[in-house]
Write a protein that binds this ligand. Structure first.
Ligand SMILES: Nc1nc2c(ncn2[C@@H]2O[C@H](COP(=O)(O)OP(=O)(O)O)[C@@H](O)[C@H]2O)c(=O)[nH]1
Ligand SMILES: [Mg+2]
Length: 298
């Protein structure tokens, strides 16, 4: 973790009071984020109701005092919503960092034990990591909901899916299984508090978010640059093909058809041929680049 965020001290607090804890809830829509927020704070503060449509439209901050500790919980709108774009939701979710000022100690990525850890959910986690940047996993715990419905242990559930297992291994705060009862909360808070203490009060900061935004922008700019250079390459190949085809068609057309028709046919043929060749060269180049970088081939 970066040293810049290790700036909290508890020396000014009364002996029996713990430093404030700040939590941000993230995850798919209808997975139980708001429900978990209410369970943690022991009150119905976040709107959570049965059904399929998303109910949390924007980030919401609530707080409570639990065992002499101020706990701040920021609920966020759910990802993978069918009626909103991912960009729109991500833009809203980023606001959670400001609400959890000076920054959250932990992101709880909420997953339900009802759901399989599919490629779609895996991509959602990746999108969370892209949004919050390279430090995300240093401040992340996976929170499983609907613990009461789980048959077998949570460890078995995790081990059944290699990708989920891999995710848990990457999360510095590990995982926790939440049943729909308040007795689960002290253990969850203890896990988080112990880790925060071990990290000397470190938390995710707005600077880290800024850094992540810059990094993402650079990746997008590089991809756009590559796209533009491919287009320019195809354009040049087609134009030169048309030129050569036109000349050859003009010369060949004199015998049977008029030179003008010959030139036109030659231009079309030359253009098509060069576009095809350019396409083959670009895709061959792409494969070549991939074989240099893909870990699957190492
Ligand atoms: N029994 C039970 N119900 C849950 C649990 N988590 C979520 N729910 C229910 O699932 C529905 C959606 O939860 P909600 O918190 O609104 O989802 P969100 O979109 O992630 O905020 C609500 O009806 C909750 O009561 C859980 O752990 N146990
Ligand atoms: Mg919600």
């Amino acid at each position: 973790m970066s040293d810049s965020s290790k700036k909290e001290g508890d020396s000014l607090l009364p002996a029996d009071e713990k430093p404030e804890l700040r939590i941000v809830l993230l995850g798919k829509v209808r997975v139980g984020k708001s429900f978990s927020g209410n369970t943690i704070l022991g009150k119905d503060l976040f709107h959570s109701k049965p059904g399929l449509s998303p109910v949390t439209e924007k980030c919401q901050k609530e707080m409570g005092n639990i065992n002499n500790q101020n706990v701040v919980v920021v609920d966020t709108p759910g990802l993978l919503s069918i009626d909103k774009t991912e960009e729109e939701i991500v833009r809203k979710i980023k606001k959670s960092i400001k609400l959890a000022k000076p920054g959250p100690h932990v992101f709880l990525i909420v997953l339900s034990v009802r759901d399989k850890y599919t490629k779609k959910v895996e991509d959602m986690v990746k999108s969370i990591c892209d949004t919050f940047g390279k430090n995300t996993m240093d401040y992340t715990m996976v929170l499983f909901t609907r613990g009461e419905e789980l048959k077998g242990t949570i460890e078995d559930f995790i081990c059944r899916n290699e990708n989920l297992h891999e995710l848990i291994n990457k999360c510095d705060y590990g995982y926790h299984l939440l049943h729909n009862c308040p007795e689960q909360v002290p253990e969850l808070l203890k896990k988080i508090n112990d880790k925060v203490q071990a990290e000397e009060g470190s938390y995710y900061t707005a600077e880290m978010l800024q850094e992540a935004e810059t990094a993402l922008q650079q990746v997008q700019n590089a991809a756009e640059g590559e796209r533009q250079s491919k287009l320019a390459c195809i354009r040049t190949a087609v134009l030169s093909g048309m030129g050569v085809g036109c000349l050859l068609g003009y010369l060949a057309g004199e015998g049977q058809i008029t030179s003008t028709i010959g030139a036109a046919l030659g231009a079309v043929g030359g253009g098509l041929l060069c576009a095809a060749v350019a396409g083959i060269v670009i895709s061959a180049k792409k494969k070549c680049k991939c074989s240099n970088t893909c870990s699957c081939l190492v």
